[in-house]
Ligand binder design. Structure first.
Ligand code: TXA
Ligand code: MG
Length: 342
C-alpha cells in the first residue's frame, strides 16, 4: 500500500480536508494528538475498524477509543451520560481523559472489542479536532504503533512502524504529553481508573470523590484473566533490548552500573545522572524531579535504546506521584515487570 505523508501546521490548513475525506471513505490516517499519535478510522465503519487491527497486528479483543470533537457526538455513542461523566467532561475535555460508559447500538462490536461499553475521548490537539470535524464522523484511534512497540510521539515513529500499511500519516509535530490518555470507567459501580495518564488520580478525585484504582495499573495481568481493561494484559511498549528497572538512589544506581556495564549496556537515566555515567552509553528520559519531562520523552527514549544497539537497559526508577504514575505504569510494562533493588 502507498502511504502518503504530509505536514500540517495549523487547524486551517487545506490538507485537513484531504484527511477528513479519506477517513469518510474508510481509509486509515495517522494523526497527531496531545498524548501520542493515533491511527484513525471511522469508528462506525466496521470494515475500516478491522483494518486498524490488521495494520497494527492488534488482538481483536482489545477495544479502541472513539475520538470526538463535539459533545453531541458522545450522546449518540453511549446509552446514557450520567452526572459523573458530565462533570468529568466539563472539567477535563478537551484533553487527555478517556471515559468508559455503556455503549449504544451504533458502535460496532469491532470497535468495542466485543464489550458492551465504549471508551470516548475528546482530544485537545487542534489538528486532531479539525480532522475529526472535517471527517464528520467519530474516529476510532489506538496509538499508531505496531502492537507491542512503544507508542509513537513523533510522525517518524509512526513511519517506522506503519509505512506501507496505512493510507496517510499527518505530521503535526511532536506530542506534548507523551503518554496515552488516562482511562476511567464509569460502567462499574465505583469509578475505576484503568490506565493512568496526564489527568492524575488526584485530579479525578477532586471531581468525583474517592475512586478505585484497578490492580492492572500496578500488576501484571495473566493472558486469560477477564481484564476490565483488556489492553493491560498484553505485552507493551517493548523495545528489542531487555529493560530492567533499578530501584536505587543516584549514587547506588551509578555504582551498580559501573559493576555490570559492558558495550551492550545502556543506562536509561535522568539528565542529572549523565555526567556520572561517562563509562557507559546513556539514553536520557527526562529530569529526576520532573514527571512531565519523563512522560514526554519516555517512548522516544525506549526506541533510542534499540537505535544505539543495546541488549540491556537499566532504567532509573521514576517518582510514582502525579503523572509519574503513568510513567511508572508504562515503564514496568516495557520492563516486563522486571525490577531489582540494589
Ligand atoms: O491517548 C490515547 O488514549 C491514545 C490517543 C491516540 O488518543 N490512544 C490510545 O489508544 O492509547 P490504545 O488503543 O492504544 O489504548 C486504549 C486502551 C487500551 O488499553 C484498551 O484496552 C482500553 O483503552 N479500552 C478501550 N475501550 C475500552 C473499554 N470499552 N473497556 C475497557 N478498556 C477499554
Ligand atoms: Mg496503544
Amino acid at each position: 500500500m502507498k502511504t502518503e505523508i504530509f505536514e500540517i501546521k495549523s487547524s486551517d490548513d487545506e490538507k485537513i480536508q484531504i484527511a477528513g475525506k479519506a477517513l469518510r471513505e474508510g481509509k486509515l490516517v495517522a494523526i497527531p494528538t496531545e498524548t501520542v499519535y493515533g491511527l484513525a478510522a471511522n469508528a462506525l465503519d466496521e470494515k475500516a475498524v478491522r483494518s486498524i487491527f490488521a495494520a497494527k497486528g492488534r488482538p481483536s479483543d482489545n477495544p479502541l477509543i472513539v475520538h470526538i470533537s463535539r459533545l453531541e457526538q458522545w450522546d449518540f455513542l453511549v446509552e446514557k451520560i450520567d452526572e459523573r461523566a458530565k462533570l468529568l467532561a466539563e472539567k477535563f475535555w478537551p484533553g487527555p481523559l478517556t471515559i468508559i460508559l455503556k455503549k449504544s447500538d451504533v458502535v460496532p462490536e469491532a470497535t468495542s472489542g466485543g464489550l458492551k461499553t465504549v471508551a470516548v475521548r475528546m482530544p485537545s490537539h487542534p489538528i486532531a479536532r479539525a480532522i475529526i470535524e472535517a471527517s464528520g464522523v467519530p474516529l476510532a484511534a489506538p496509538s499508531a504503533n505496531t502492537s507491542g512497540k512503544p507508542s509513537p510521539t513523533t510522525a517518524k515513529h509512526v513511519e517506522k512502524d506503519l509505512f506501507g500499511k496505512i493510507d496517510y500519516i499527518v505530521n503535526g509535530g511532536d506530542c506534548s504529553v507523551g503518554v496515552e490518555s488516562t482511562v476511567i470507567t464509569l460502567a462499574t459501580e465505583k469509578p475505576t481508573l484503568l490506565r493512568p495518564g496526564g489527568i492524575t488520580p488526584e485530579m479525578l478525585e477532586g471531581v468525583l470523590g474517592e475512586i478505585e484504582i484497578s490492580d492492572s495499573v500496578f500488576n501484571k495481568l495473566s493472558e486469560d484473566s477477564e481484564a476490565a481493561s483488556p489492553g493491560m494484559k498484553y505485552q507493551h511498549y517493548s523495545p528489542k533490548a531487555k529493560i530492567v528497572i533499578v530501584k536505587a538512589d543516584e549514587e547506588r544506581y551509578c555504582s551498580f552500573l559501573s559493576e555490570v556495564a559492558d558495550e551492550k549496556t545502556v543506562a536509561l537515566c535522568f539528565e542529572e545522572d549523565k555526567e556520572k555515567l561517562s563509562f557507559v552509553k546513556t539514553v536520557v528520559y527526562g529530569k529526576e524531579k520532573d514527571s512531565f519531562s519523563q512522560a514526554s520523552s519516555l517512548f522516544d527514549s525506549l526506541r533510542q535504546v534499540d537505535e544505539v544497539g543495546a541488549e540491556i537497559a537499566y532504567a532509573r526508577f521514576p517518582e510514582m506521584s502525579g503523572v509519574g504514575l503513568a510513567v511508572f505504569n508504562r515503564l514496568i510494562r516495557a520492563a516486563a515487570f522486571n525490577i531489582i533493588e540494589v
